[in-house]
Ligand binder design. Sequence first.
Ligand SMILES: Cc1ncc(COP(=O)(O)O)c(C=O)c1O
Length: 394
Amino acid sequence: MSVPTVAPARETPPEVLAFRARFPIFEHRVHLASNSKGALSDAVLAAHREYLDSWRELGAPWHLWVERHEDLRAAFAALIGAKTSEVAVCPSVSVALGAIASALDWRDRPGIVFDDYSFPTVTYLWHAQAARGARIGRVAPDEAGELPAGRFAPAVDSSTRVVSVAHVCYKNGHRLDLAAVADVAHEAGALFVVDDYQCTGSRPLDVRSAGVDVLATGTVKFLLGSPGVGLLYVRESLLDELHPIATGWFGQRDPNDFQVERHEEAPDAARFQAGTPAIPAVFDSLAGIELVRSVGLEQIGAWVDRLTALALERLLEEGFVPATPLDAAKRGPQVAVRTHDMERAVAELERRDVIVTSRDGNLRAAFHYYNTPDDVEALVSALKEIEGLLVRRS
Ligand SMILES: Cc1ncc(COP(=O)(O)O)c(C=O)c1O
């Protein structure tokens, strides 16, 4: 069986090898876990040391640290085709979307519709809004495990305030057609909210052409940074109507306006920020994003698509059962494969120096610009050694 639409990777280009050389883990391990934690690069290591050096040498250089925070806003905005003023740096996706939820009033339009491929931290937040009057609607995948935009239409109507989706599913790598679901949301007058964490950094995303109103993501995975940073995009034209009540001094017009008379939110998306940022993570994550930008998302996406095509081709050849769509237009940067015991399978691969992760009965291998066809072969060889733990095609 062959995998359509994208030519599988065969040879590794020199620029991929040069990029890979910046990640020391590849000297002794095959890292296929970027959907959980991107690999550590020389650039992020240097940035982390720079933070520690600045602390050791300068004591309390908040001006430098806040400058880095602003640089991170700008770098992320540039990555997704947004303005810096449309971006907030938050501690996590959960907190970022929590600030959005705090700005929404459910009285006239109580409907929140999300898909069953959403990451649970987001669905917990939406369910919690029921205490404030919201009503939940869920969209399930079809029998083929896919989520075409048509599945959303029956669940969305004039009472829907938010349509919330995961761009790529954390369990199996299914990738949604954002622009098509955005149309469904917008036709009903709802906000289109996207959790892009399983995708950002692995392929191009232009928030405007994708019709995204609000996007939340983080820097731990394909953006190659550290935990402690969630990135939020809010379309500029929404700022007139979205005023978070979960707030703090970094969300003010002037964080240094130390007074207790009033709350004066920032005029731009900085209003969705709250307390002291995780500065070490800001240093790391800026370096991670800059590394991604130094290659460019077009180039990263094209290579990742060829690696996932190869991985699927090889898994099918060996009789394993992918849980990921074979159509390149419907998958993100991970390939998931069915197991009988996902935890043992992950542990067995770790013993063989192949780092993968698991969810929902699947073993998940994620691909980034630093991975190669040899990594795919290492994965497949290791899987063949533990084939009893894997579901086989009958
Ligand atoms: C799709 C997705 N959303 C959100 C999260 C986690 O978000 P937070 O930054 O709130 O921990 C993850 C973590 O794996 C994820 O895969």
